[in-house]
Design a protein around this ligand. Structure first.
Ligand SMILES: NC(=O)c1ccc[n+]([C@@H]2O[C@H](COP(=O)([O-])OP(=O)(O)OC[C@H]3O[C@@H](n4cnc5c(N)ncnc54)[C@H](OP(=O)(O)O)[C@@H]3O)[C@@H](O)[C@H]2O)c1
Length: 248
């Protein structure tokens, strides 16, 4: 029987080192950041319940792993609806390690000014990627809190053009980005083939109705599918972690 290895500290260290190499390689070749998509899903492929609750999908060991993974990246990125639903801090608290820069993708500045991510000193490492749909007056309110607001190109859906965002991050020496969700942001990265690396925490739970991690209707043809190679599996408490890389 195939035995799935435990994700030990040594394996975690190896993952960190191999990431560093891949990040360096991509940066040298393209000047663009290396993009990891990471999320926790149930056995039936859901990343949140029907009401948007996603807090208790993965177990405590995987949560520690998630914080370690954050510390391996220069920046962590989420969509504005994850801020509205979860009000996360997006910091490294459960392991030793640096806090990445925090990026919210928010085309019309819906991020509440009293979000955890904008409280106190945290605001100074928070970047909001928005579009010209946002009012200048509103942009100034976030800036006076200490956050940086970048007005970027719009895509066809009038949302933040993610390719443009990655270019801007590359220019600012951000060499790796951890995309933590939610579903719409993950779908956009996949649809535009902007992901390099996929990390899925699979929890032995079934939700039934809930939020799929990717909106498959955005992938209209098989030729546009994202295929991943070199998969690795690890056990993490009761969860299983799958790691794979986008096929060229
Ligand atoms: N299980 C997990 O690992 C995990 C992780 C994170 C979140 N979640 C769950 O996911 C849910 C939130 O997911 P969601 O799909 O509703 O929202 P989301 O992906 O967090 O945010 C989507 C929003 O981002 C903005 N956006 C701007 N540019 C975009 C672009 N190019 N592509 C896509 N979105 C863009 C859009 O709002 P504007 O048009 O207003 O800009 C869009 O509605 C929550 O329930 C949360 O708990 C689960």
């Amino acid at each position: 029987m195939y035995d799935i290895p435990l994700l030990t500290d040594k394996e975690m260290g190896n993952l960190g080192k191999s990431l560093q190499n891949l990040v360096r390689k991509k940066s040298r070749k393209t000047r663009l950041p290396f993009v990891t998509l990471k999320f926790a899903q149930t056995l039936d492929g859901k990343i949140a319940t029907i009401t948007g609750d996603s807090k208790w999908i993965s177990g405590p060991t995987s949560l520690r792993f998630a914080h370690q993974l954050r510390s391996f990246h220069d920046a962590i990125l989420v969509g504005v609806d994850t801020i509205l639903q979860d009000d996360p801090q997006l910091t490294v608290r459960l392991v030793k390690g640096k806090n990445p820069q925090r990026i919210i993708v928010d085309s019309q500045l819906r991020t509440p000014l009293d979000s955890n991510i904008l409280k106190g000193k945290a605001a100074f490492s928070t970047f909001i990627a928005t579009t010209s749909l946002s009012e200048v007056k509103k942009i100034k309110e976030y800036q006076s809190n200490g956050a940086q607001v970048w007005v970027l190109k719009k895509d066809r859906a009038n949302q933040v053009d993610l390719q443009n965002l990655l270019h801007e991050l590359g220019k600012r020496d951000v060499r790796s980005v951890l995309v933590e969700g939610g579903s719409r942001i993950l779908s956009s990265f996949l649809k535009k083939r902007l992901a390099d690396h996929l990390v899925i925490v699979i929890a032995p739970k079934i939700i039934g109705k809930g939020m799929n991690y990717v909106d498959v209707s955005t992938l209209q043809r098989f030729k546009n599918l994202n295929s991943f190679s070199s998969p690795k599996l690890f056990r993490s408490g009761e969860d299983v972690i799958l790691e794979a890389f986008l096929k060229e």
